[in-house]
Design a protein around this ligand. Structure first.
Ligand SMILES: Nc1ncnc2c1ncn2[C@@H]1O[C@H](COP(=O)(O)OP(=O)(O)OP(=O)(O)O)[C@@H](O)[C@H]1O
Ligand SMILES: [Mg+2]
Length: 143
């Protein structure tokens, strides 16, 4: 399933649709070039889920946590130098979230630590729009 997002208002609508089908335990990989809009998408999802706290890029912290129903983990692994560093920052908590949802930017950096069951969301920044493709296994949940 593919969405074309041309405005922040359209992003808001898409985020509401996707937030509506997410479940605790979901792990999502956001794929897209630098500046594609991965962090902005997580901000929109958090808002749609009723999280009022300001969502910022975890480029330096690698991982942020937001209290909510369910809570959100937001990772940006761009600066991860070796997958083993995940051991130091408690990867089980967010790669196998029982009662939370996890979003990961630059998930490929986690390599073999990444769980098998990850949903892909691809964002491509085109001239006037962002094209967002949702993992078909997730899209199947849409009513
Ligand atoms: N749907 C959108 N509509 C308009 N502007 C957007 C949209 N998504 C992102 N932007 C803008 O694009 C810029 C980069 O977005 P963002 O930081 O979310 O990208 P990113 O993919 O997380 O980048 P990085 O790889 O550096 O983490 C920001 O200025 C943001 O406001
Ligand atoms: Mg980002």
């Amino acid at each position: 399933m593919k969405f074309e997002i041309a405005t922040i208002n359209e992003l808001k609508k898409v985020a509401q649709t996707i937030a509506g089908i997410l479940q605790a335990g979901d792990v999502l990989s956001l794929r897209g070039d630098l500046g594609a809009g991965k962090t902005t998408f997580v901000q929109a999802i958090a808002k749609a889920m009723g999280i009022h706290e300001r969502v910022t890029s975890p480029t330096f912290s690698l991982v942020n946590y937001y209290e909510g129903t369910p809570p959100l983990w937001h990772l940006d692994l761009y600066r991860l130098e070796a997958p083993e560093e995940l051991e130091d920052i408690g990867y089980e908590d967010y790669f196998y979230p029982e009662n939370a949802i996890t979003f990961i930017e630059w998930a490929e950096k986690a390599d073999y630590y990444l769980p098998d069951d990850v949903y892909e969301i691809d964002i491509i920044h085109e001239e006037n729009t962002r094209a967002m493709t949702i993992d078909p296994r997730l899209a199947r949940r849409m009513p």
